[in-house]
Design a binder for this molecule. Structure first.
Ligand code: FAD
Length: 413
C-alpha cells in the first residue's frame, strides 16, 4: 500500500483547497510544489486588494465562466450546467464562511467584489497553511513534477535540486495553475507531461490581459502612464465601463481585461471607446452651443473631457477636421482604437485554455488516468477579474479533493 493516500501537486488556492477537503475526509495528504513556498500567486493577487469572490445572484455568477468553444457573449448550456454544479458544491457564501473560519472577515464593496477586511491575502494564507499543517497535511517544497503514470497506484517523477525523486500515491490532484506570472511557479510546463499521457489540452492563452497598440510617439509623450477615467469600451457587441491606462505598448485596465474574450474572437481586434458614456450625442451637440470650429478643443472644455482624452481623440482622428459638431460628438462616443494583439501570457492576470473538460468525469478525474484529478486554472476555463478566478479555484479544488479522497478510500476497502 502507498504511504501517501492523496498527493496534491501545486500549492496555489486550488491545490490547498483540495488538500483541505481530502484531509478532512480522513486521507493522508502531501502537498508538493516546485517553489520553496506555496501560494505565491495568491500573495501577488493580494497585493493590490484581493477579491476572493463576488456577491451577485447565483445565475449571474454562473454565467461569468467560459470554456474553449464558448462564444465570448454567452456560455454554452454544458458550461452553465458544469459551473452551476461546481459553485453549488462550494459557493461564494461558503467561501466567505471559510475565510471567517480562519478569523478573516470579508466585506462586499459597492461593485459586488468581496475583499478580506485587510484587503491582503498574506494573513489568510499564513493561517490557512498553519491550519492544514495542524490537520496533518505534509508539505514538500522544491519538488517540480516532470512526469506521471499509472503503475502501483500513481507514480510521480519529481526533480528536487536536479535529482530525480519518485513518489507513489493512491490518488493525485494536479493543481499546477495556468501559464501567467511564471515567476510565481505556474509556468505551464505540465502541458508536455499530460500530452505524453494522451490528455487533450487546449493551448494556454492570455486572459484578463493588456493589449498592444501602435501609439504614435508624440501621443505617448502626452498620455503615457495617464488613466482614462469613466469611459466605456466595446468590442464584438459587448460593452464594459471603467478605466484604462495608456502604456508604452498599448492599454491596460479593467475594460480591456473584461473584453479579452470578445477581442480574441475578432480577426482584426478593434476597441471602440466612448469618452462620454453618460451623455447622448444630441446632448453633446447641444452643449457645444455656438461653436462652429475646433470642435474637439471646445468639446474638451464644454464636455469636460480631460487632457489625455482630447490628445487621444485628436491623434486617432488624424488631420481631417470635423465638418460639424455632430460629427465630433459621434467620434467622442465611438472612437475606434485598432489593437495589434494581446500582451504575452506571462504578463496576463489569468490563463484561458487548459485541460479539456471532455477528458474529465464529474469528479474532475482524468478518464485516461484513473486516480488523477485536476483543479484550478489548469482546467480549460476563464472568467473576468472580480473574485471569479479565486472562487473557480476553490470550487474545482473542493470537487477534486473530495474525489481524490473518495478514490483513495475505495482502494483501501
Ligand atoms: C497580478 C494578479 C492579480 C490577481 N488578482 C486576483 C483577484 O483579485 N481575484 C481573483 O479571483 N483572482 C486574482 N488573480 C488570479 C488568481 O491568483 C489565480 O486564478 C489563482 O492563483 C490560480 O490558482 P491555482 O491554484 O489554479 O494556480 P496557482 O496559484 O498558479 O498555483 C499553482 C502552483 O503550482 C505550482 N507548480 C506549477 N507547476 C509545477 C510543477 N511542474 N511541479 C510542481 N509544482 C508546480 C506552482 O509553483 C504554484 O504554487 C490574480 C492573478 C494575478 C497574476
Amino acid at each position: 500500500m502507498s504511504l501517501i493516500n492523496v498527493a496534491v501537486v501545486g500549492g496555489g488556492p486550488a491545490g490547498l483547497r483540495a488538500a483541505e477537503v481530502a484531509v478532512l475526509q480522513g486521507a493522508k495528504v502531501t502537498v508538493f510544489d516546485a517553489k520553496p513556498s506555496v501560494g505565491r500567486k495568491f500573495l501577488v493577487a493580494g497585493k493590490g486588494g484581493m477579491n476572493i469572490t463576488h456577491e451577485e445572484p447565483f445565475e449571474c455568477f454562473v454565467g461569468r465562466y467560459r470554456s474553449g468553444g464558448d462564444s465570448a457573449h454567452a456560455a454554452s448550456p454544458q458550461t452553465l450546467a458544469r459551473w452551476s454544479s461546481l459553485l453549488d458544491g462550494f459557493s461564494p457564501g461558503e467561501l466567505r464562511n471559510w475565510a471567517r473560519g480562519l478569523g478573516v472577515e470579508t466585506f462586499v464593496a459597492s461593485t459586488g467584489r468581496v475583499y478580506p477586511v485587510e484587503l491582503k491575502s498574506a494573513q489568510l494564507l499564513r493561517r490557512w497553511v498553519a491550519r492544514l499543517r495542524a490537520a496533518g497535511v505534509d508539505f514538500r517544497m522544491r519538488h517540480r513534477l516532470q512526469a506521471l503514470r499509472r503503475a502501483k497506484g500513481i507514480e510521480l517523477d519529481f526533480t528536487l535540486d536536479g535529482a530525480l525523486r519518485q513518489v507513489n500515491a493512491d490518488a493525485v490532484v494536479l493543481a499546477l495553475g495556468g501559464g501567467s506570472w511564471p515567476q510565481t511557479g505556474s509556468a505551464g510546463d505540465w502541458v508536455q507531461a499530460l500530452d505524453t499521457c494522451g490528455v487533450p489540452v487546449s493551448p494556454l492563452l492570455p486572459s484578463n490581459c493588456g493589449w498592444e497598440v501602435a501609439w504614435p510617439q508624440d501621443l505617448l509623450e502626452q498620455v503615457e502612464g495617464k488613466p482614462l477615467k469613466n469611459v466605456s469600451g466595446s468590442a464584438g457587441g459587448e460593452t464594459v465601463r471603467g478605466e484604462l491606462l495608456v502604456t508604452r505598448y498599448g492599454l491596460e485596465g479593467g475594460i480591456v481585461y473584461a473584453l479579452t474574450g470578445a477581442l480574441r474572437e475578432m480577426q482584426k481586434p478593434v476597441l471602440t471607446l466612448d469618452f462620454k458614456p453618460d451623455s447622448s450625442e444630441a446632448s453633446l451637440v447641444a452643449r457645444l452651443g455656438s461653436a462652429r470650429r475646433h470642435y474637439l478643443e471646445e468639446g474638451g472644455k464644454r464636455w469636460r473631457l480631460g487632457e489625455s482624452a482630447v490628445w487621444l481623440l485628436k491623434r486617432m482622428r488624424g488631420t481631417a477636421p470635423f465638418a460639424s459638431g455632430a460629427e465630433a460628438a459621434q467620434f467622442v462616443k465611438s472612437c475606434p482604437i485598432p489593437l495589434l494583439g494581446p500582451r504575452p501570457l506571462s504578463e496576463a492576470i489569468s490563463t484561458a485554455g487548459g485541460v479539456d473538460w471532455s477528458a474529465l468525469d464529474e469528479q474532475l478525474m482524468l478518464c485516461c488516468l484513473p486516480g488523477v484529478f485536476v483543479a484550478g486554472e489548469m482546467l480549460d476555463w476563464e472568467a473576468p477579474t472580480g473574485g471569479y478566478l479565486i472562487q473557480g479555484c476553490f470550487s474545482t479544488g473542493t470537487r477534486a479533493g473530495g474525489g481524490a479522497a473518495n478514490y483513495s478510500t475505495n482502494l483501501q476497502k
